[in-house]
Design a binder for this molecule. Structure first.
Ligand SMILES: [Zn+2]
Length: 367
């Protein structure tokens, strides 16, 4: 299978355009047109992971954390990043990462943590803005139905759980075909034409902009299609950082921490003071999620599961919720399993293997 087919399948769930501006998700080492035998799925890419890939006959590693995060100026074996990249090139192993685009995807990193926790009625904690477009186009009345169908077919017109949403207003459009045109109405170099038209409005998620535009041009009868894409500031409720949901039954603080430890397979949990209130609404964010504490508090969460909290940030819970810092690796350890599920859904015959290399650089010494 071509690497591009595997990447298309993954980016169908987590389009690259939804990664954060500081990120470097995507193909890191290798060529899109390479033939891939099988892929090893890992949270991180280390030399040990590359050794495992080679031993298991995998010529692609799909990871959550990009190995190349900031610019590389040389490959001289200095530091683990340079060594990993050099080794991958030498051993002809493709490296691909889906990082914050997978964090921000509705069915991404946080959804599998929520599933393990047994959370219900989940929703995105901090929805992304500026990732929705409004398409306006003007079409002769008799061609409006077919064009609307084509746009819906390309994925335009969804608002939350509602599909095929559009707004249609009727009016008159004018144009004068220039010499050398091939107008569907009127004649080249002829007089001004007036046409009964429909102004059709639909929402388009940013990652479908190219596909919708191609469909628009294919399905629209005019030689020159009149259209506008406008970027909206609206939130996209299906996209963003963190998730919040509810446990089927409330539990006290200690029972909650014990549940977290058991289902999320953590060792030590760093946490704030146990509160005298039951825990039922739970916010979470895989990886470093302390930036979401305000949203977790505002959303009425009783607890917030994340990682990489600093000492002073624990004070910010201020007796309102229980922060549970379970460790970065621990919070994202299910991501390779998520990759495996997503790929099995779209490419059921493609072989993937979960890495058995434990890449967590953090070790614990507990008494
Ligand atoms: Zn991470």
């Amino acid at each position: 299978m071509l690497a591009s087919d595997i990447i298309d399948a993954l980016e169908g769930f987590a389009p690259g355009c939804y990664q954060e501006s500081y990120d470097n998700s995507g193909l890191q080492v290798g060529n899109m047109n390479s033939e891939i035998q099988s892929a090893l799925l890992s949270l991180d890419i280390t030399e040990a992971v590359l050794d495992e890939a080679r031993q298991k006959g995998c010529n692609m590693v799909i990871a959550h954390h990009p190995i190349i995060f900031s610019g590389l100026k040389r490959l001289s074996g200095n530091g683990y990043v340079e060594r990993v990249v050099e080794k991958a090139i030498r051993e002809n192993i493709l490296l691909y990462a889906a990082h914050t685009n997978l964090d921000n995807a509705r069915a991404g990193v946080n959804s599998i943590i929520a599933e393990k926790m047994g959370l219900q009625q989940t929703r995105v904690l901090q929805a992304m803005r500026g990732k929705l477009l409004k398409l306006y186009t003007y079409v002769p009345k008799e061609a409006a139905d077919a064009l609307r169908e084509a746009l819906f077919g390309a994925g335009a017109g969804a608002i939350g759980q509602y599909e095929e949403c559009s707004y249609n207003s009727e009016g008159k459009g004018s144009f004068r075909p220039g010499a050398g045109t091939h107008p569907v109405l009127g004649t080249a170099g002829g007089p001004r034409e007036w046409v009964e038209e429909v102004k059709l409005e639909v929402l388009v998620p940013q990652h479908l902009e190219g596909k919708v535009l191609r469909k628009l041009k294919e399905a629209h009868p005019y030689e020159e299609v009149a259209y506008e894409f406008i970027r909206l500031e609206n939130e996209n409720p299906d996209l963003g950082a963190g998730l919040i949901g509810t446990l089927p039954e409330a539990m006290d603080g200690l029972a909650f921490l014990s549940h977290v430890q058991q289902v999320l397979k953590t060792g030590c949990i760093r946490h704030t003071q146990i509160l005298q209130k039951p825990i039922q609404t739970v916010a979470l964010c895989g990886g470093a999620g302390s930036f979401l504490l305000k949203q977790a508090l505002a959303s009425g969460a009783d607890a917030f599961i994340s990682a990489d909290y600093k000492y002073h940030q624990f004070f910010d819970a201020d007796g309102h919720l229980l922060i549970a810092d379970i460790g970065h690796w621990e919070s994202e350890q299910f991501t390779p399993e998520l990759f495996q599920r997503l790929l099995a859904e779209k490419l059921p015959t493609f072989a993937t293997l979960l890495s058995e290399t434990k890449t967590n650089p953090v070790h614990y010494f507990c008494c």
